[in-house]
Design a protein around this ligand. Structure first.
Ligand code: NDP
Length: 482
């Protein structure tokens, strides 16, 4: 019997996706560069379903029904190109090559164009949920040619996570690199989500005096309301953990230097290229960098830099009102960070010619992935109607939620600043919110200065034709039309 799908690259992600397909009743052809890995998988899990063992790409291709579907799960970067190059001569027009790794979306665009030129479908798929998700149901973001989704979509949907309403967390995102792009922004939002939780944690400790164990209870409580999400749930677990060696909260023996694998950086680099103001995501990436990049400089700063904090604020230890303020600030900042990420998708859609369906994207983040959260139902509803809001913040339910949270949000940011406690995403998302809603921005002065030193011109508020004006700064200071 021919296999319906082949998987090449059987490290943890590939192996778990292959098992997931097999458990759903598909016959899966297996291949890995080193055959030992294929045999290890078969020895341990061969009984879970129908697998075909192959030792070479030729054998893999020969084992598949037509049109072939081959999922490439090798190391991102050069190895993906190497495998594609080896596969292409073995394939027939209409066959589908799927890259389910963490590939950079520009690589996916390039690969899709190259394979399209020889009649092959190349589908870049964002897969979120890690090792466990790959086996039990990830959130799946497939891009690539829409025709290929007819043949591939049902298979991907069958292995995807399910939302509470039973819908699979998998939907065609858009052409070429759209799937990997959306996965990248998902990861950027994940950075912001984790950072706002971290800021709340720090304020609860330093201002409200709550020990990690007590905070675990607070987060458990928060997880029953509008903040309900996987990350809040596991925050309670991590904060509640006691270190066996010292008896201290585990959090207190973990070095405060955050790592990263680069997808947050990609998101911010691309946001800069698009001119997309994802301040919450950017501050989150920078916060990780600041924590870890130059430990010696941080040590020096602790000795040399004064706090300049006066006794300006009253003590709020044990103040339930402050804890509630922090909860509201966390929710509001999170809403803005999501709004910024979704706005980046809108800008990218226009730039790359993708018609991204934000309701569908929110729907497939509801389960399986790291940012799964109650909030995604709200976001889905915001974009579900006939006329989608230009920004998530304009959806009536979201505007109302922000209005309710704003006084608390401002109090929390003000107190953090007064106390010298960094809360970069709480404050930058608030600045974004205020910048959006202010009728006039200091950009007018920026334009004046640019015109002064570089004759870059400015537009006038009283000229609807948007003509370019210049003041003769070094002359008689009269105004000319440029
Ligand atoms: P790795 O990224 O560790 O890659 C190892 C696999 O790649 C092995 O099968 C290895 O074969 C193969 N490989 C490496 N170089 C080559 C090459 N030149 N030619 C052929 N095969 C090669 O595997 P993971 O399972 O950890 O990750 C796979 C993909 O999934 C990556 O893109 C990764 O970023 C992504 N990922 C996604 C996660 C998520 O949550 N979505 C989590 C983790 C990873 P061999 O056994 O012969 O060495």
């Amino acid at each position: 019997k021919k296999a319906q799908i082949g998987v090449t690259g059987l490290a943890v992600m590939g192996a778990n996706l292959a098992r997931n397909f097999a458990r759903k009743g598909y016959t899966v052809a297996l291949h890995n560069r080193s055959v030992a890995r294929t045999d290890a998988l078969l020895a341990e899990h061969g009984h879970e379903g129908s697998f075909v063992r192959t030792e070479s790409l030729e054998e893999l291709v020969g084992a598949l029904e037509s049109p072939r579907r081959i999922l490439v799960m090798v190391k991102a970067g050069g190895p993906v190109d190497a495998v594609i190059e080896a596969l292409v001569p073995l394939l027939d027009p209409g066959d589908i090559v799927i890259d389910g790794g963490n590939s950079y979306f520009q690589d996916t665009r390039r690969r899709e164009a190259a394979l399209a030129a020889v009649g092959l479908h190349f589908v870049g798929v964002g897969v979120s949920g890690g090792e466990e998700g790959a086996l039990l149901g990830p959130s799946i973001m497939p891009g690539g040619p829409q025709e290929s989704y007819a043949s591939l979509g049902p298979m991907l949907e069958s292995i995807a996570a399910r939302a509470e309403d039973g819908a699979p967390c998998c939907a065609w995102i858009g052409p070429d690199g759209a799937g990997h792009f959306v996965k990248m922004v998902h990861n950027g939002i994940e950075y912001a989500d984790m950072q706002v939780i971290g800021e709340a944690h720090e304020l609860l400790r330093s201002v409200a005096g709550l020990e990690p164990g007590e905070q675990a209870e607070v987060f458990r409580q928060w997880n029953t309301g509008e903040l309900a999400s996987y990350l809040i749930e596991i925050t309670a677990e991590v904060l509640g953990q006691v270190d066996a060696r010292t008896g201290k909260p585990l959090i207190d023996v973990i070095v405060d230097a955050a790592g990263q694998k680069g997808t947050g950086t990609w998101t911010v680099q691309e946001a800069l290229a698009l001119g997309s103001p994802v301040t919450g995501i950017a501050e989150s990436v920078f916060a990780r960098a600041l924590s870890s990049a130059e430990p010696a400089m941080r040590a020096q700063a602790q000795r040399l830099l004064p706090a300049g904090v006066g006794a300006t604020t009253e003590d709020v230890v044990g103040d339930a009102g402050f804890v509630e303020d922090v909860r509201q600030a966390l929710y509001a900042s999170k809403l803005v960070a999501y709004a910024q990420g979704l706005d980046m998708l809108t800008l990218a859609g226009a730039e790359y010619g993708w018609e991204l369906d934000l309701a569908a994207i929110a729907s497939l983040w509801r389960q399986g992935c790291i940012i799964r959260a109650q909030l995604l139902e709200t976001i889905m509803e915001a974009y579900a109607g006939e006329s989608a809001p230009a920004n998530l913040l304009f959806a009536p339910a979201v505007t109302t939620a922000l209005e309710a949270a704003l006084p608390a949000w401002r109090r929390v940011v003000a107190r953090a600043v007064e106390r010298g406690i960094p809360a970069p995403v709480f404050s930058s998302t608030l600045a974004y919110y205020d910048s959006l809603r202010r009728p006039r921005l200091n950009a007018a002065l920026t334009q004046g200065l640019r015109d002064y030193f570089g004759a870059h011109t400015y537009r006038r508020v009283d000229d609807a034709s948007a003509g370019a004006y210049h003041t003769l700064w070094s002359g008689d200071r009269s105004e000319v039309i440029a």
